[in-house]
Design a protein around this ligand. Structure first.
Ligand code: BEZ
Ligand code: FE
Length: 293
């Protein structure tokens, strides 16, 4: 007959149950997960009702997911797990531009646009020019690198959140860096905005007195053959919530001043009126497949 297991023996038995897992990484992850999960349950002395509430919360989180909504990633974001994974993986490529969270709004393909075009033609707000170089960690330009950009408008809404107000593709662009690795575009300065709160993650935030806002930012995914894909943002300096991003995604190296330029200031987009300008170099790390970088 099986003996009753004490709490400590139970943890040991579960850990041991994975010992024949042939993939060593899977074995390590599952054994560590079991030990940390059990340690957590022990530490908070989880009650049966709390266990049930937790299962219900996770079940509803799963049921909230659709083809265009990922509540589990949002949960990971507000728990700082997404940023911890980003930060650990970034540590392998310290000379590259820092990465930050992808977020849930990269859900449609960005339209191809020419360098210098306005990427938010339906938006009103403060005109900005964003420019920079896509380069490698030795400073060499990466011509033809693809820069995928997406952002909220000046009211804090992405195109996909305002059907009937914004066309899909407003606030988005797929740009190709020129021969010198330069990219540049016009847009409006985005606003801070709330993450989705109409699901279980929203309940968690309100039950804990946390706010749901992210500071103003513009997203980028940068790709080029032979380089590690970069997912990042630039943050608008002085935005509200810079010190309390709901998803902990601000990295100081990504915060940029949007500097006022008077009418007539030369700029690569051909803007004649006054605007604000932000610059960022997007530095990619080689992915180890090409020895020339
Ligand atoms: C975003 O920046 O689009 C975002 C990131 C994480 C959670 C929600 C939104
Ligand atoms: Fe965003």
């Amino acid at each position: 007959m099986a003996k009753d297991l004490s709490a400590a023996r139970l943890t040991e038995a579960v850990t041991k149950s994975f010992q024949d897992t042939s993939d060593p990484r899977l074995r390590m992850v599952l054994q560590s997960l079991s030990q940390h999960l059990h340690a957590f349950i022990n530490e908070v002395e989880l009650t049966y009702d709390e266990w049930e509430a937790g299962i219900d919360f996770l079940t509803r989180t799963g049921k909230t997911c659709t083809d265009t909504r990922q509540e589990f990633i949002l949960l990971s974001d507000v728990l700082g797990a997404s940023m911890l994974v980003e930060t650990l993986n970034d540590a392998h490529t310290p000379e590259a531009t820092a990465s930050t969270v992808l977020g849930p709004f990269h859900m449609i393909d960005s339209p191809h646009r020419a360098l210098g075009e306005h990427i938010s033609p339906q938006s009103t707000g403060q005109l900005c020019v964003v420019r920079g170089l896509v380069r490698d960690t030795h400073g060499a330009a990466i011509p033809g690198a693809v820069v995928d950009v997406w952002q909220a408008n000046a009211d804090g809404f992405y195109d996909v959140q305002q059907p009937g107000v914004q066309h899909k593709g407003n606030g988005r662009a797929l740009l190709a860096a020129d021969e010198q690795g330069r990219f540049y575009f016009q847009s409006v300065v985005p606003s801070y905005y709330p993450i989705p709160t109409d699901g279980p993650v929203g309940e968690l935030l309100s039950a804990t007195g946390r706010h749901e806002f992210r500071p103003a930012h513009i997203h980028f995914i940068v790709t080029a053959p032979g380089f590690k894909e970069l997912t990042t943002h630039i943050f608008v300096n002085d935005s509200k919530y810079m010190d309390s991003d709901a998803v902990f995604a601000v990295k100081e190296s990504l915060v940029r001043d949007f500097v006022a330029r008077p009418a007539g200031t030369p700029n690569p987009c051909g803007v004649a009126e006054s605007f604000v300008e932000a610059q960022i170099d997007l530095v990619l790390h080689n992915d180890g497949t090409e020895l020339t970088h």
